[in-house]
Design a protein around this ligand. Structure first.
Ligand SMILES: [Zn+2]
Length: 415
């Protein structure tokens, strides 16, 4: 696929040469302000203009100017039922949930979960299906069938449907629309965004799946009250997404957050990435099963068996989880030392067994962190099912589409 390789490569070169991406170019200060205002009302609303000004740091006059076209174009509505004292009306603003919808897809190896979500992140319909063919064409077939089912169950006016957001594991260059590396799909430099957009004749965005989950948490979940937070997921692998000063941090090519490949034990097991002692090679489901197999001297292939035996009091099984908790605590301490975030959300299917490792994690975290970085950070363990990940993919599409539309509205705002 030479064309695909060239595309990803030229994108990286352009960025290295210091040119702005399309997203950067559109980022005038007014675009930035209207986007920030919209996000403030979305995540904290209903919100008075005065509170919106306080949260965004914009002047009252700027808020009034920017709100007007957003109301005219149906993005914001005035919630008159929650108006304040007569004579001093502070009519709260809120986002009109029905202004836009998006389809969100969590793409897994052989299985996809899809949702239709509105602008409040409310899921209108959801569906889960298996698919046999994990080639890009096979995935396009599956997404086409999924979209048809979702829209059948929850009819949405075509003009209100912004498009399809797709989240999947691996190194995803969302700005270029390319899956750079997806180990579980065995894809390299696949232009998935174009493949699906051509098939569906709808706008499409693609993003690393942990990043989509972070966007869902930022807009609709535990992160909505925080300007910065880290999200770490554990299970089959280890994922991480970073929201810093209100923005998802993707890095120069979308590879930021490869926390799972932080080396925590240079004598540890070999990781699938080829290096030795990566966090993922120590704390993933298969690593925990392998650690117990080694210490117990018998073959254990599934982590669920380790969980069951640990709960039944088996010391080898309990030790396998304690060791994973220590490694995770050590790595999270490094993350907190580096970023000093106020919130860390721990999720992923691996947290179902968090009772077996959370104490070891906290003890190591306290021990390894610098000064007050551990005390400054609230660590919450949050189960987020696949539908929430898919909702995050929808949120990614909603954000992309809405920010684009809002930037066009700023033409109507006098400077
Ligand atoms: Zn690795």
């Amino acid at each position: 696929m030479p064309k695909m390789v060239r595309r990803a490569g030229s994108d990286a070169l352009t960025r290295r040469a210091g040119h702005e991406s399309a997203a950067d170019r559109s980022g005038s200060s007014r675009d930035h302000h209207i986007g920030a205002l919209f996000e403030a009302v979305l995540t904290r609303g209903p919100l008075s203009r005065r509170d919106a000004a306080r949260i965004t740091g914009l002047s009252a006059a700027s808020v009034t100017k920017l709100v007007r076209p957003m109301i005219e174009h149906g993005y914001l509505v005035e919630n008159t039922r929650e108006a304040g004292v007569p004579g001093r009306p502070q009519i709260p603003l809120q986002v009109d949930a029905a202004r836009h919808y998006a389809i969100g897809i969590k793409l897994m190896d052989g299985e996809i979960v899809g949702v239709v979500a509105d602008l409040h992140g409310e899921v209108q319909s959801s569906h889960r299906m298996r698919y046999p063919d994990t080639s890009p064409t096979g995935v396009a077939d599956a997404i086409e069938a999924m979209t048809a089912t979702l829209l059948e169950r929850s009819p949405v006016e075509r003009e209100r449907l912004l498009g399809i957001g797709i989240g999947l594991g691996g190194h995803i260059n969302g700005a270029a629309g390319v899956v750079v590396e997806s180990p579980f799909m065995d894809w390299h430099n696949v232009p998935l965004q174009d493949v699906i957009a051509q098939r569906m004749q709808l706008p499409v965005v693609i993003e690393n799946d942990v990043n989509t989950l972070a966007l869902a948490e930022q807009w609709f979940g535990a992160g909505s009250a925080f300007n910065s937070f880290a999200l770490v997921t554990i299970g089959a692998g280890v994922g991480c997404a970073l929201v810093l000063d209100g923005k998802l941090w993707r890095g120069v090519s979308g590879a930021a957050g490869e926390f799972g490949h932080m080396i925590v034990d240079s004598n540890g097991p070999v990781c699938h990435c080829g290096k030795r002692g990566c966090l993922e090679a120590v704390v993933s489901d298969s690593a925990i099963a392998a650690a117990m197999s080694h210490s117990a001297g018998r073959k254990i292939s599934k982590v669920s068996q380790v969980v069951a035996e640990a709960h039944a009091g088996d010391e080898d099984a309990q030790r396998a989880f304690t060791q994973a908790g220590v490694a995770l605590g050590r790595a999270i301490a490094a993350l907190l030392n580096l970023l000093n975030p106020p919130l860390l959300i721990l999720s992923g299917e691996g947290i179902a067994a968090s009772d077996l490792f959370i104490d070891a994690l906290h003890a190591e975290l306290k021990h390894d962190s610098f000064s007050s970085t551990a005390a400054d950070c609230r660590v919450i363990v949050r189960p987020l099912p696949d539908e929430v990940w898919a909702r995050g993919a929808a949120a990614t599409m909603l954000r992309h589409g809405v920010m684009h539309s809002l930037s066009r509205l700023t033409d109507q705002v006098s400077a």
